[in-house]
Design a protein around this ligand. Structure first.
Ligand code: NZQ
Ligand code: ZN
Length: 392
């Protein structure tokens, strides 16, 4: 077991109608002038934005709004948000939506609280010394950004998608009403379930340290999301299934399922981020399209974990050699993806990449991770290219 620190400062307010407490929570954390940041309009159509502004008006809190955070959110809007916050003397950020609105808000927060170009943080040139305080009303269970330290932004020039992690960016509060996720298209619900599981799997497939409790939490979380993803496929209005998945999403990425190990592998995410930057695919679908090829490429180097995953999560039984069991687990995971209409390769994802495109992605990915990365197996640029090729 490795030493670890576990820091989750976010106050979670979970359940039906909890968004009605937003003004109270903002005041609790000292906000007086708020930027409400959101995406392409789902919060307008659902009426959430109107309800939030009504609540803030009634509480005497002033605000400005900025919509337009796209999936794989863009740096350009971040710059716009920074300017707006400075002009309007904003002292608190409120993100309404999913990972894209939240990550964009975090980036705006870094930009306001620090001098110079905010992209420097995402380009690993320097570290932020602070962030404007941020609260979240979550409308999609997926990234865990509502409790996580990370923010992922795409720079339009060169389509470079990069993440930056800092405890300063962790939201002060996260309001989670599972009912708010019921307007999601089925595809986005499934993408979210895939991402949630992957955040735990990235930490689980490691060769560096482990803890019995962490493993039990991880396996329980994975089984719970798998089961409830199938319930939501058939009945998207099932409140309890929405709630299970929503809470799992936060716990999958707030560090809990990484305590005691080396932090995990994360190469499926890194490979996906190149896809998201270049082809603008939904993050969860991109992960599903890559994972099987990654798993087949690395599983022999991390066999005990793949075997354990196959038996305890995918429940494929213990007949055969360790390799056979591990492979049955990978196949069962891909069957699960198909069952929730997720792609299992790049063609199914709709990506028509040439070999040159794959080489470019492998190169950008290798540069982004500083040459090599991975824990289940350390991968270099050649390995990354081999995985992209296998996923075609
Ligand atoms: O933009 P709107 O109109 O709100 O529509 C969104 C968007 O089209 C829609 N949506 C969200 N809630 C809805 C809804 N539609 C109807 N009803 C609702 N209740 O769903 C679409 C996807 O939303 P988005 O916020 O893009 O999804 P997600 O939460 O999956 O975020 C993806 C982004 O987060 C990054 C990803 O790379 C990607 O850029 N990630 C962030 C992480 C983090 N900060 O910790 C970790 C992740 O691994 C991930 O990399
Ligand atoms: Zn993710």
């Amino acid at each position: 077991m490795f030493d670890f620190s576990y820091f989750t400062p976010t106050k979670v307010v979970f359940g039906r109608n909890t968004e009605s407490r937003v003004a109270h929570l903002i005041k609790e954390y000292g906000g007086t002038k708020i930027l409400i940041h959101y995406g392409g309009g789902s919060v307008v159509r659902s009426g959430l934005l109107q309800r939030v502004t009504d609540t803030l008006d009634a509480a005497g809190l002033s605000y400005v709004t900025l919509g337009g955070a796209v999936p794989n959110p863009h740096l350009g809007l971040v710059y716009e948000g920074i300017e707006l916050c400075r002009r309007e003397h904003v002292d608190f950020l409120l993100a309404l939506g999913g990972g894209s609105a939240i990550d964009s808000a975090k980036a705006i927060g870094y930009g306001v609280a620090n001098e110079g170009d905010v992209w420097d943080f995402y380009d690993y040139k320097r570290k932020a010394a602070g962030c404007l305080p941020l609260g979240v009303i979550l409308t999609i269970a997926a990234t865990g950004s509502e409790m996580s330290d990370s923010s992922v932004i795409t720079k339009e020039e060169g389509l470079v998608k990069r993440g930056y992690s800092s405890d300063f960016g962790r939201p002060r509060f996260a309001i989670m009403n599972p009912e708010l996720t019921m307007t999601l298209p089925d595809y986005q619900t499934a993408c979210g379930c895939t991402d949630i599981m992957m955040h735990t799997m990235e930490r689980y497939f490691t060769n560096g340290g482990n803890m019995e409790l962490t493993d039990a939490l991880a396996e329980g979380l994975l089984r719970t999301v798998k089961k409830n993803a199938l319930i939501l496929r058939d009945d998207p209005a099932d409140y309890d299934a929405r709630a299970e998945v929503m809470w799992a999403g936060s716990l999958a990425h707030n560090g809990l399922t990484g305590c005691g190990n080396d932090g995990g592998d994360w190469m499926t995410h890194k490979l996906e981020h190149e896809l998201g930057g270049l082809y603008d695919v939904a993050h969860g679908a991109g992960l599903a399209a890559i994972w099987g090829s990654w798993a087949r490429y690395v599983f022999r180097n991390c066999l005990p974990r793949f075997r354990r995953f196959a038996v305890n999560v995918m429940e494929v039984g213990e007949d055969g050699t360790d390799e056979e069991i591990a492979l049955r687990g990978i196949e069962a995971m891909e069957d699960f993806y198909r069952s929730i209409h997720m792609p299992t390769n790049l063609r199914e994802l709709g990506v028509k990449a040439t070999d040159e495109d794959l080489r470019l992605m492998a190169h950008k990915c290798a540069v982004g991770v500083g040459g090599k990365m991975g824990s289940a197996r350390v991968l270099d640029e050649e390995d990354m290219l081999a995985i992209y090729r296998a996923s075609m």
